[in-house]
Design a protein around this ligand. Structure first.
Ligand code: GDP
Length: 440
C-alpha cells in the first residue's frame, strides 16, 4: 500500500537533504512536490491545501531554517502533521459500561461489511469477549448465509431470522437473545446498497434509534479513493457515525482515503482491513501509518504481529539459546514457522524501516522457504539437535529425502553455521557489556 506516495515523498525530501542550509524557496519547492504527491495519492484537495499550509507555516520559520539539519526538521514536521491529520492517537472500540456493547456496522455493498463483522467478532473473541453476530441485511438473502458461514469459521454464534422480518425487529430481538445467552458484544451487520439512497438511510436511522449502539462504524473500501471519503461524509451527515473501518488497504490503494477521512468527517478510522482472511484486521495507529508513508517502517506493528504468534516465554527461551549459540535446526524451523504465520514475508518486510519502497519490485520466493522446510524435515531429530554430525553421507540422504539438490543442502548448512557463529559473537558481546567491559 502507498508505494507510489512513499516514493514521491522520498524524492521530494531527497532534494532537501542534499543541501546544507535551506532557504524559504527550497522549502516551498519541496512542499510543492509534497502537495503533488498527495493529490496524486487521491487525497481530498481541500485536505491537501490545509495540510500544506500548516506544514509551511511551521517549516519556513527561522528556527527551522537555522537548525543544523533543516531537511530533517522539515521531514519531522511533515510526519507530525500527517499524524495529526489522521487523528493523532489510535481510537479503539467504545465499550459499554454495562454489557452488552452494541456495534452497528453500515456501509455500501461490497465495502467489506459482512467480512469485517466476522473479523471484529474474531478479534473480540480473542480478547476474551463473547460476541454475537446479527444478520440484519434482509435484502440480500445470500448475505445472511454469508454471515452464518463466516460466523462458523470464527466460532461466533449468528442471530438470524431469515429475510421476511424487518431489520429493526431483528435487531431488537437479537438484543434480548444476547441478554439471555449472556453474550457481551453485539455486532449488527446491516444492509448495504450500491449507492447511497434515502430509503436505506431511513432504515439505518431506525435501527440506530432502536438499538442505540455504543459504536456506529462505517465500513468503506480504500480502493475507491475519493469516493470513499464522499461516502463517509454522506453517512456521517445523514446517520451520524462514530468511526470508520477502512478496508482493502492490502490492495493497490493510493492512500487518499486513509489520509482524508478524519479531516473530512471528524471521525477516526478505528480499524483497517488488510486482507480477505479473517485475521487480517489491524487497529489504526496514525503515527505508525505516518511512519510507513514516509518510508520509516512500522516496527511496532511488526513486534505486535510477532507477539501474537510466539508466546513471550518461548521468545525469551529462543533468544537465550541464540546468544549461547545452542541454537539448532529445531529452533530454526520453529522460528521460520512462526514468521510464516505472521503472513506473507513480503508484507512483514515492508514494515521494516527503509525496506518498503525498495521492496516494490522484489518477489520474495515463498517457495524457497518451503524447500528449506523440506530439507530440515528430512533431517532426523538427532541431526536437527546436533547439526555438527551432519556429514556428507547424511547430506546426501537429506537431499534425496527432500528432493532438493545436494548443493542446496550444503548451502543451508553453511548459512546456518554462519548464523550460529554470528550469534555466538553477539552473545559474547552481550556478556561483556553486562560485566561493564569495553568493546574489543
Ligand atoms: P459487504 O457487501 O460490504 O458485506 O462486503 P463483503 O464483506 O461481502 O466483501 C466484499 C468482498 O471484499 C469480498 O470478496 C471480501 O472477501 C473482500 N474483502 C473484504 N475486506 C477485504 C480486505 O480488507 N482486503 C481484501 N483484499 N479484500 C477484502
Amino acid at each position: 500500500m502507498f508505494e507510489s506516495l512513499q516514493e514521491r515523498l522520498q524524492e521530494a525530501f531527497k532534494r532537501l537533504r542534499g543541501k546544507g542550509k535551506l532557504t524559504e524557496s527550497d522549502v516551498t519547492e519541496a512542499l510543492r512536490e509534497v502537495r503533488l504527491a498527495l493529490l496524486e495519492a487521491d487525497v481530498n484537495f481541500k485536505v491537501v491545501k490545509s495540510f500544506i499550509a500548516r506544514v509551511k507555516e511551521r517549516a519556513v520559520g527561522q528556527e527551522v531554517l537555522e537548525t543544523l539539519n533543516p531537511a530533517q526538521m522539515v521531514i519531522k514536521i511533515v510526519y507530525e502533521e500527517l499524524v495529526t491529520l489522521m487523528g493523532g492517537a489510535n481510537v479503539g472500540l467504545t465499550m459499554a459500561d454495562r454489557p452488552p456493547t452494541i456495534i452497528m456496522l453500515c456501509g455500501l455493498q461490497g465495502a467489506g461489511k459482512t467480512t469485517h463483522a466476522a473479523k471484529l467478532a474474531l478479534r473480540l473473541k480473542k480478547e476474551g469477549k463473547k460476541p454475537l453476530l446479527v444478520a440484519a441485511d434482509v435484502y440480500r438473502p445470500a448475505a445472511i448465509k454469508q454471515l452464518q458461514v463466516l460466523g462458523e469459521q470464527v466460532g461466533v454464534p449468528v442471530y438470524a431470522e431469515g429475510d421476511q422480518v424487518s431489520p429493526v425487529d431483528i435487531a431488537q430481538r437479537a438484543f434480548d437473545y444476547a441478554a439471555q445467552e449472556r453474550r457481551d458484544v453485539i455486532i449488527v451487520d446491516t444492509a448495504g446498497r450500491l449507492t447511497i439512497d434515502e430509503e436505506l438511510m431511513e432504515e439505518l436511522r431506525q435501527i440506530k434509534e432502536r438499538l442505540k449502539p455504543h459504536d456506529t462504524l462505517l465500513v468503506i473500501d480504500a480502493m475507491i479513493g475519493q469516493d470513499a471519503v464522499t461516502t463517509a461524509e454522506h453517512f456521517h451527515g445523514k446517520l451520524g457515525i462514530d468511526g470508520v473501518i477502512l478496508t482493502k488497504l492490502d490492495g493497490d490503494t493510493r492512500g487518499g482515503a486513509a489520509l482524508s477521512v478524519r479531516e473530512v468527517t471528524g471521525r477516526p478510522i478505528k480499524f483497517v482491513g488488510v486482507g480477505e482472511k479473517l485475521d487480517a484486521l489491524e487497529p489504526f495507529h496514525p503515527d505508525r501509518m505516518a511512519s510507513r508513508i514516509l518510508g520509516m517502517g512500522d516496527v511496532l506493528t511488526l513486534i505486535e504481529k510477532a507477539q501474537e504468534q510466539v508466546d513471550r516465554k518461548q521468545a525469551e527461551e529462543m533468544t537465550r539459546k541464540m546468544l549461547k549459540a545452542q541454537f539448532d535446526f529445531e529452533d530454526f524451523l520453529e522460528q521460520m514457522r512462526a514468521m510464516r504465520r505472521m503472513g506473507p514475508l513480503q508484507d512483514i518486510l515492508k514494515l521494516l524501516p527503509g525496506v518498503g519502497a525498495q521492496l516494490k519490485d522484489i518477489n520474495i520466493d515463498e517457495k524457497e522457504l518451503k524447500h528449506i522446510e523440506a530439507m530440515i524435515l528430512s533431517m532426523t531429530p538427532k541431526e536437527r539437535r546436533n547439526p555438527d554430525i551432519i556429514n556428507v553421507r547424511r547430506r546426501e540422504r537429506i537431499a534425496k529425502g527432500s528432493g532438493r539438490p545436494i548443493a542446496e543442502v550444503h548451502r543451508l548448512i553453511k548459512q546456518f553455521e554462519q548464523a550460529r557463529k554470528m550469534m555466538k559473537q553477539l552473545g559474547g558481546l552481550e556478556k561483556m557489556m553486562k560485566r561493564g567491559g569495553k568493546m574489543p
